[in-house]
Design a protein around this ligand. Structure first.
Ligand code: UDP
Length: 403
């Protein structure tokens, strides 16, 4: 695993020196992150690298995962969709189950660190155990238009935190606790994003039987309706009428996402008569994601709702032209016709994919711009700095920390 000093090659030495300087001010404090899955999805992706790097910087950090049964995760998936604004019917029993599982976790978990950092709604009930320590709630979801009953229910817990963190300005709302804006990030030196040799990429393409004789249009995502895999197939079909290409829909599951199997079945059904659509259920395999992104001609992220969309930054970092929906945190990453193409519909996605497949020089320019945009804004070094400043600010009354 890369060490903090290794990042100087990507960001320049001053960024690393700064990180060391500010993290010294947290000496003696420890941070405990809590979320609901160790693998799959953007939150686990970030914690996987954030926690070891914080430790290396001397900010003692742990990461715990709550336990829950299938029924609990069915409820939390409904919460997730409801916060994203799709209408979900929640029963009294759903809310009771959410509370019961939260309290069972509360009884079995150690929550006595200096800073407890709760990610997303699943573990939010744990805040009932708050004592004199500091608690942060990190919302990774687009909460700009949440379903009211769910949001009001969650608000009784959110109010108990010392601070809430959101990814984009539009996700924040009126609340009596301090709010911070911190965008997610990718790790340029992780297995998912590091440079790969041609042999490594060849071997992944062979392993997953992905032919390379046609331009490859790829979306890598959990099989989730909000990622709109069926919409991607429709867009591809429109493109295919004019430009020959192959579509790859690749994704694995997350243990806190029970809807995956059904969505995958719908995708397979829609893809079955076209040999140029590859639907790949992947195990957790970071190098494979890396290689597939690098070998793709165009990367698509046609989400209907999105918290941030790490897959977009991952693709841009690899210099890839991206077509992505203008939802959630995606417009922070893609400036239309500068660092990728934004779309608002299936037709828009098809038009943009066609344009990029037909104009490789333009596609390359967008990818290059995208890589620099990610270098300046969405690398883990910036994220570490903002987290450390956030932790420090909890011990100050003002928002500005004097260094
Ligand atoms: N991912 C993966 N394998 C898969 C599907 C997704 O490793 O089969 C990763 C993807 O590369 C990204 C993360 O999971 O790092 C998904 O994060 P994103 O913010 O795009 O979406 P989320 O799943 O959190 O809604």
């Amino acid at each position: 695993m890369a060490k903090i000093e290794d990042y100087a090659a990507v960001t320049g030495q001053p960024v690393i020196d700064d990180l060391r300087r500010i993290s010294e001010k947290l000496a003696g404090k420890n941070v405990r992150h809590v979320n609901s899955t160790a693998v799959g999805g953007g939150v686990a992706e970030i914690l996987n690298r954030m926690v070891p790097l914080l430790n290396e910087l001397g900010v003692e950090s742990q990461w715990d995962v709550i336990k829950g049964g299938e029924e609990f995760f069915n409820v939390t998936k409904k919460f997730h969709n409801a916060i994203h604004g799709s209408h979900e019917k929640l029963t009294r029993r759903d809310f009771d189950l959410f509370m019961e599982t939260g309290r069972a976790n509360m009884a079995s978990m150690k929550l006595d660190g200096d800073i407890i950092y709760i990610h997303d709604p699943q573990p939010i009930v744990l805040v009932e155990k708050k004592q004199q320590n500091k608690w942060i709630w990190r919302c990774h979801i687009d909460a700009s238009n949440p379903q009211q009953d769910v949001w009001e229910f969650l608000m009784q817990f959110i109010m108990k935190f010392d601070a809430a963190v959101f990814s984009a300005p539009s996700f924040t709302g009126q609340m009596a606790i301090r709010q911070f804006l911190i965008a997610p990030s990718i790790d340029p030196l992780s297995e998912k994003n590091r440079e790969l040799s041609a042999e490594e990429m060849d071997s992944v393409m062979r392993k997953y039987s992905i032919p390379e004789d046609k331009p490859l249009v790829t979306q890598i995502s959990r099989f989730d309706r909000l990622k709109d895999p069926l919409g991607v197939i429709e867009a591809y079909k429109k493109v295919k009428k004019n430009v020959d290409c192959r579509l790859l829909l690749a994704g694995g599951g997350a243990s806190d996402d029970p809807e995956g199997a059904q969505v995958l079945a719908e995708v397979q059904e829609m893809a079955k008569n076209d040999p140029d659509i590859i639907v790949l259920l992947m195990p957790h395999d970071e190098v494979a994601v890396n290689a597939i992104q690098r070998r793709s001609t165009v990367i698509v992220q046609k989400s209907l709702k999105e918290g941030f969309g790490l897959t977009v930054s991952e693709a841009l970092w690899k210099g890839k032209p991206v077509v992505a929906s203008a939802v959630g945190g995606i417009p922070l990453q893609v400036a239309h016709k500068y660092s990728g193409m934004l779309c608002h519909s299936i037709d828009g996605a098809a038009f943009a994919i066609k344009q990029l497949l037909s104009n490789p020089a333009y596609a390359r320019k967008l990818g290059e711009n995208g890589r620099e945009h990610v270098r300046n804004n969405f690398l883990i070094t910036r994220h570490l700095k903002e987290y450390i400043l956030l932790f420090l600010s909890l011990y100050h009354n003002e928002d500005v920390v004097s260094l």
